[in-house]
Design a protein around this ligand. Structure first.
Ligand code: EPS
Length: 395
């Protein structure tokens, strides 16, 4: 089992990450994690905050001389913006009489954000106590945790990919995953494989910004080279598709998740949507399929095809031209609070989605093959692969 935790407020001193259950002997360094953090920070439509932050996760524990020890991996990630929020986010009480002070109570609640339910649930009379943790800043911590997961998965040939399918109603032309130029996705300002659509997506983000508005979209995450049999059909909370859906749905502003094409296949006939199993001709690659409409899962388990998940991000709730709202104190109408924000969170969402799917897969992988060291895990994995094939040939 791989467990992980994050802590930290958006404008607090920093983020804290603990990943527990990673076996000993995995080569891991800060630079690898920094590469993924940098990928998350890019993307057209981000606000001013990304000019301030240069995310770097500092490894505090669990790694020695470049290799994991099997003990919890503890990391800290500094919020550079904290320098501007020291008093407003101070741990100790502060009494500042300035009416324009950043740390003043916020009572104008933003529709679509965690502000109102969070204030009610926790008994707060200051919305900042909610929005600081509800902020998507926390996704930096997820990407740091996810990078550790990816490093282990890579040892077994599993690779995470992601790309943007749509932004604000502009869709990329459909493309099979194995024809996508992944470097072009990384170089695209919106992480989209279709350069012509990417231009129109950028224009859509500009138009939303001009209108003081925000824009959402859809993203696809693909895990390549996943072995058959991760997850389980035997109990609801062990099903891999359910675990992936929960993980992706937990990303800020996500409103829908599908495994594979999901919504797109439900109106077709059964004969059109199953992935027909090919006769086994290559013993090293049994159980091939020509299609992957099930998104790499059958019966709550991976089926040996790439695991594909899509998710939809709503246009973010914080707008420069805010919607009317009500005041937390009086219940009377006011303009919603504007807090500096992004116009579009869709391009970095793929990187966050990769991290979340990697964390689910690494958990399922260790559940099935887990040893205390990478070496032991590898022995278990290779032993299992020898059993995967037509029963008369392999046993
Ligand atoms: C966010 C609001 C913005 C974003 C932030 C998420 O932060 P700020 O209020 O400081 O401008 O930049 O995202 C990040 C800080 C990040 O690292 O992605 C929100 O309200 O969710």
């Amino acid at each position: 089992m791989v467990r992980w935790f994050t802590a930290g407020e958006s404008h607090g001193e920093g983020l804290i990450i603990i990943v527990e259950g990673i076996p000993a002997g995995l080569p891991l360094g800060e630079e690898y994690i920094a590469t993924h953090l940098a990928r998350r920070q890019k993307g057209y439509g981000r606000g001013g905050r990304m000019l301030i932050e240069q995310d770097h996760a500092h490894i505090m524990s669990g790694v020695r001389h470049g290799q994991t020890l099997g003990s919890p991996i503890g990391m800290t990630l500094e919020n550079k913006d904290w320098a501007n929020w020291r008093e407003a986010m101070a741990v100790e009480p502060v009494d500042n009489p300035d009416p324009d002070w950043k740390g003043r109570r916020i009572t104008r609640i933003r529709p679509g954000h965690a502000d109102l339910p969070g204030a009610m649930k926790y008994g707060f009379d200051d919305v900042r106590n909610v929005l600081e943790r509800a902020s998507a800043r926390e996704t930096a911590a997820r990407v740091a945790a996810g990078a550790v997961a990816m490093r282990l998965l890579e040892e077994f040939g599993i690779r995470m990919r992601s790309h943007v399918i749509s932004i604000g109603g502009v869709f990329a032309s459909p493309q099979e995953a194995d024809t996508i130029d992944w470097q072009a996705v990384e170089d695209s300002p919106v992480r989209c494989a279709d350069p012509e659509a990417a231009e129109r997506m950028v224009a859509e983000i500009d138009a939303a910004k001009e209108a003081g508005d925000t824009t959402g979209g859809t993203v696809e995450v693909i895990a390549e080279n996943v072995p058959i049999g991760l997850g389980s059909h035997v109990h609801w909370d062990r099903k891999i598709d359910g675990r992936v859906a929960q993980a992706l749905m937990s990303i800020n502003a996500v409103k829908a998740v599908s495994i594979g094409p999901g919504w797109d296949i439900v109106n077709q006939r059964g004969s059109q949507v199953q992935d027909v199993i090919e006769p086994v001709t290559d013993p090293d690659h049994p159980w091939q399929r020509k299609t992957n409409r099930m998104g790499g899962t059958e019966g709550g388990m991976t089926d040996g095809m790439p695991l594909v998940a899509r998710f939809a991000i709503k246009p973010i709730a914080t707008m420069t031209n805010p919607l009317p709202s009500v005041d937390l104190d009086t219940g009377e109408i006011v303009q919603a609070h504007y807090e500096r924000s992004d116009v579009c969170q869709v391009p970095p969402a793929g990187v966050i989605g990769e991290a979340m799917v990697a964390l689910v897969l690494v958990d399922a992988f260790m559940e099935k093959f887990g040893g205390d060291s990478v070496q032991e895990t590898r022995r278990n994995y290779e032993g299992y692969l020898k059993t995967v094939g037509p029963r008369k040939l392999y046993q």
